[in-house]
Design a protein around this ligand. Structure first.
Ligand code: F6R
Length: 264
C-alpha cells in the first residue's frame, strides 16, 4: 500500500487525479474507472475534468461503474447516486452516458439487479482503477462494519452513523434511505488499482485502522491491505492518527523519479 500524506485537501485532489489520469492514459481510450460519490472525490473529479477540457485526457470511450446506489430513490431523484454521478463525473469528464453505470436501486428485484451489476463489470473487462472515499466508520462503498471481506454486490442496511453523515445532502434525516445496493469488498478488491482519498480529522480513525490496524471486517477499509496496488492519499488532518506518518512522508519525498505518476 502506498500512503501519500499531502499538506492540503487541494493537494490530495491533484495527486490522486494525477494517479488516476496516469492509469487512464496507460490503459487507453477504453479504460474502465470505478467511481465513488460523496464529498471526498469531488475535487479529484474537477481536476480530471480540467485535463479533459485542456485536451490532456479523453474519456469519451471510457466506461464507469459507480460503487453504490440508495435503494428506493426513483430515477432522477437529485440525491440518487445516478444523478450525482451524472453531474460530477459523466458531464464534466465528457463521458458517454450509456457507458456510465450505477446499480439499479429502484429495481423490483434487487437481488437480480445486484447480479446484473456484477455481470456488467465482468462484461466490461473489470475495473482498471477504482476511486474510493471512506466513511468515518471505515466503510468503503457502503460496506458497513462487519461486511464480509469477500462480499459481492448486494443490498446493505446503512448504519445510523452513515445516515447521519449523509443527512447533509437531504432535507431531513428522515429522508435518507435505510438501504443501499453496493459493490462488495470482494468486488472492489478485483479492481486492478485502487486510489482512496480522505480529508479531515473526522476520517483520522478510519484511515489509521485502514493503513495500520489489523485486517478486520470491523473496519472494512482495512481489506485494502491485501490489495496489490492500493494508493491512499490523505491530508494532514486525516493522517493525524497514523503512527508511521513520518515514514510515509519520507517515502513519497524519496520516490524515484521514474516511479512518479507524472513521469510521463
Ligand atoms: C460513496 C461511497 C462512500 C463514501 C463515504 C465517504 O459512493 O462509496 O463510501 O465514499 O461515505 O463519504 P464522503 O466523501 O461524503 O465523506
Amino acid at each position: 500500500m502506498e500512503v501519500i500524506v499531502c499538506r492540503t485537501a487541494d493537494e490530495v485532489a491533484e495527486v490522486a487525479a494525477a494517479k488516476v489520469a496516469r492509469v487512464c492514459r496507460d490503459v487507453g481510450p477504453g479504460v474502465v474507472i470505478g467511481v465513488a460519490t460523496g464529498s471526498s472525490p469531488v475535487a479529484l473529479y474537477e481536476s480530471l475534468a480540467q485535463r479533459v477540457k485542456d485536451g490532456r485526457l479523453d474519456m469519451s470511450k471510457a466506461s464507469a461503474f459507480a460503487l453504490d446506489e440508495y435503494v428506493g430513490l426513483p430515477p432522477g431523484h437529485p440525491e440518487s447516486y445516478a444523478e450525482v454521478i451524472r453531474q460530477t463525473v459523466t458531464e464534466p469528464l465528457r463521458m458517454t452516458p450509456a457507458l456510465v453505470h450505477t446499480p439499479n436501486g429502484f429495481a423490483e428485484n434487487i437481488e437480480q439487479a445486484a447480479l446484473d451489476y456484477e455481470q456488467a463489470i465482468v462484461d466490461a473487462g473489470g475495473v482498471d482503477v477504482q476511486i474510493l472515499g471512506i466513511g468515518s466508520n471505515g466503510h468503503i462503498g457502503f460496506n458497513e462494519p462487519t461486511s464480509s471481506l469477500a462480499s459481492r454486490t448486494r443490498i446493505k442496511t446503512l448504519t445510523a452513523t452513515t445516515r447521519q453523515d449523509n443527512a447533509r445532502f437531504f432535507d431531513s434525516i428522515d429522508d435518507v434511505p435505510h438501504h443501499c445496493l453496493t459493490q462488495g469488498l470482494g468486488t472492489i478488491m478485483d479492481a486492478h488499482e485502487v486510489v482512496l482519498v480522505a480529508q479531515g480529522v473526522h476520517k483520522a480513525d478510519a484511515i489509521a485502522a485502514l493503513v495500520e490496524g489489523p485486517v478486520t471486517a470491523r473496519w472494512p477499509g482495512s481489506v485494502l491491505q491485501l490489495h496489490a496496488h492500493a494508493t491512499v492519499v490523505v491530508d494532514l488532518a486525516a493522517a493525524s492518527k497514523l503512527e508511521l506518518r513520518d515514514y510515509y512522508v519520507q517515502t513519497y519525498a524519496e520516490k524515484p523519479s521514474w516511479q512518479r505518476f507524472d513521469a510521463r
